[in-house]
Structure formats: C-alpha cells, structure tokens
Design a protein around this ligand. Structure first.
Ligand code: DAH
Length: 355
C-alpha cells in the first residue's frame, strides 16, 4: 500500500470509528490514537523520511488535509455529543411552566377585607349616620398630644399604664419627645384644636404599646376614639351612644356592664365591659377567666383636656370613648387569640371577607 493509500484508509477507518462514539472521553481517545504524537497519522508521516522528494511533495499536503479534516470531524462530534447531553439533562429536569389547576384556583383568588377592616367600616357607617366625622392622625406623635394635653403630665403615674415606644431624638425640646402613639386619644386634641363646638367625631387607627404579647395583648393593635363636644352633654348621652353602637355592631342584645374607671382625661370615667362572647361568660383566655371583657372605656371630658384643645370648659362639655377595635372583632367573631389578627395567615383571613 502506498503512503497515500495508507493515509486514505486511515481516514476512512477513523470516520467509521468516530461515527459510533457517544462520549467525549472516547472521542478524545480516538483523537490521540490518530493525531497524537504516537498516533496513526504521525506514524505514517514518520516513514516520509524514506520517500522520494516527489512523493513527499504529494504526501505532505495530503497529510495536512487529512489532519485538518480529522480535527474538524472531532470538533463536530464533540459539539454534537455536548448538545445531546444538554438535551438529555433538559429532558430529565423538566420544569412544567404551564398552570396547574391549583395554581389556577389561586390566580382566581382576589383577596378580601381583613375582619378588622370590615368592622371598622361598619362602625364608621354607624357613626356617620349619627352625624359624626371620621378623622385620622399620625402614628408618630409627641409627648404633648399623647400625654400632656390629655392631662397626663410627666410625673403622672398614669404614664406607666401605657408602656411607650419612645424615639431617641435628642434634639426635641424637653416635654415634646417623639413616640409611637399609645392610644388614639391623641386625636381628641388635634380634633378639638381644628374645630369649634359643637362637633362630634370618631378616629380609628393603629396604636403601639411596648408590652408582652399574649392571647389578649398585642404590641400593635387598633382603637377607635370618639368625641362629642357641645353644650349640656350628659353621662346619659354618653351611655345612650355607647349602647346604641354596640347594639348595631352585634345586631343582637349583648350584656354590658358599666363600672367606674380611671383615666386622667375624663371625669367621671367609666369602663363599659361586654359579656365575653368567646366563652359566653364562662371564663377563657381572652377574658382572663372573668367572663367580661373591657371594651369601651369612656367618660366626660376633663376640663383640662378641653382647655388644651382650646375650648372653654365653662361653656362646653363633652364625652369621649376609646373602643378597643381588636377586642371587638374578637367578640363579634368569637376569636380566641388576638395574635391571629396580626399574623397575616391566609387560613385565618380568608374566613371573613370575599376570597
Ligand atoms: N386612651 C385610653 C387607653 O388607650 C382609652 C380611653 C379611655 C379613651 C377613656 C377615651 C376615654 O376616650 O374617655 O387606654
């Protein structure tokens, strides 16, 4: 066989061997068998030294041509093996991006109102129909609006009744430090300063207390403040409005009791308790085993508070109340732990609004 024929036949066996290979390792092996230092092509070329100059002229280019073809064939083969491997991997790790039935169900879910919002809207409607305005106020407020103007000076023991989140703002003047409001009563002052009697308003909103949480206490909760100022307003007016409101909210007669209560911003002050609707008065974690829940502290506005709101207590008087909205929601729906309200758990939330 001439050297040319040897080269041709080496190429054709190379091609048929290459065709059957399926792994990169085998291809690389074949490459070194043919093109490596001791590979077939190199071996053939070694015998060039015995060839005549004419033969060399012919064989040299042919050998290069075959080497180039082999290198290209090997590159093609490696590329096709790599592609095949990618395809197998893709087929194995198949990700189904089409919508499944359960995803479709979730996509139809359009949310709904939190039970707190439902009750708040209901109460707002009740009060709007009685001619009250609905006011709002800031969450971050000052010591003045939260305490001082409400007849709770700096050294007053009543400050300890409300564990406060204070801001570290050294720049604020003494007596006017910033805090997260501990109650919506701040809006009593803001409301009075902005209007002339007679007026009546409610103010629902979030309040904050630096407290340990349990089944009936949260650090972040909701209150609804109410205030009515005018001439000759009496305790009887206050009790009428409170009872009327509860009746409308519960849409049934709920047992209530009125006790004297102490709050520096009202005189006299009352606690309006409601029979625990979670345990029907038998005693549970929500009512702390007493069967009653403090729901509606209220009273006749203290003259000092009217003065702080720019109102002459000789001429006007009024009542105020601070409804515990979260407790009310719990009583209305029989919820046994206040922490559910803040949990954001859809299993809880979806029981109420339109989901
Ligand atoms: N601000 C009081 C609190 O959070 C509740 C309260 C009591 C509000 C009596 C009132 C009121 O308006 O008259 O504990």
């Amino acid at each position: 066989m001439t050297m040319l024929e040897k080269l041709e036949s080496a190429y054709s066996t190379f091609c048929s061997e290459l065709e059957n290979l399926t792994t990169q390792a085998d291809v690389l092996n074949l490459k070194s068998n043919y093109l490596g230092k001791k590979g077939q092509v190199s071996e053939i070329l070694k015998s060039l030294k015995d060839a005549t100059p004419e033969q060399r002229k012919e064989i040299g280019p042919k050998a290069n041509e075959i080497k180039t073809k082999m290198t290209a064939d090997i590159a093609d083969k490696l590329a096709s093996i790599e592609l095949a491997e990618i395809n197998t991997k893709l087929a194995q790790n198949k990700i189904d991006i089409s919508l499944t039935d359960s995803v479709k169900e979730k996509a139809n879910f359009h949310g709904g109102f939190h039970p707190r919002t439902l009750i708040r809207q209901e109460i707002e409607d009740i009060f709007l129909s009685m001619g009250f305005e609905v006011l709002d106020g800031p969450h971050i407020d000052t010591e003045f609006y939260n305490f001082e103007a409400l007849n709770i000076p700096g050294d007053h023991p009543a400050r300890d009744m409300q564990d406060t989140f204070w801001f570290k703002d050294e720049k604020s003047e003494e007596g006017n430090k910033h805090l997260l409001r501990t109650h919506t009563s701040t809006i009593q002052i803001r409301g009075m300063l902005d209007r002339k009697p007679p007026f009546k308003f409610i103010a629902p909103g979030t309040v904050f207390r630096c407290e340990r949480t349990d089944a009936s206490h949260e650090m972040v909760f909701q209150q609804l403040e109410g205030m009515m100022v005018g001439k000759d307003i009496s305790v009887a007016n206050l009790i009428y409005f409170m009872k009327q409101t509860l009746k409308e909210i519960f849409k049934r007669d709920v047992e209530v009791r009125l006790r004297p209560g102490f709050f520096p911003f009202v005189e006299p002050g009352f606690e309006l308790d409601i029979k625990c609707q979670v345990c029907s008065g038998k005693g549970c974690s929500v009512c702390k085993k007493v069967g009653w829940v403090e729901l509606l502290p209220c009273g006749m506005v203290h003259p000092n508070v009217l003065r702080a709101g720019g109102i002459d207590p000789e001429e006007y008087n009024g009542f105020a109340f601070g409804l515990g909205l979260d407790r009310l929601v719990m009583m209305k729906y029989g919820i046994d732990d206040i922490r559910h309200l803040q949990s954001g758990d859809l299993r809880f939330n979806s029981q109420f609004g339109d989901y």
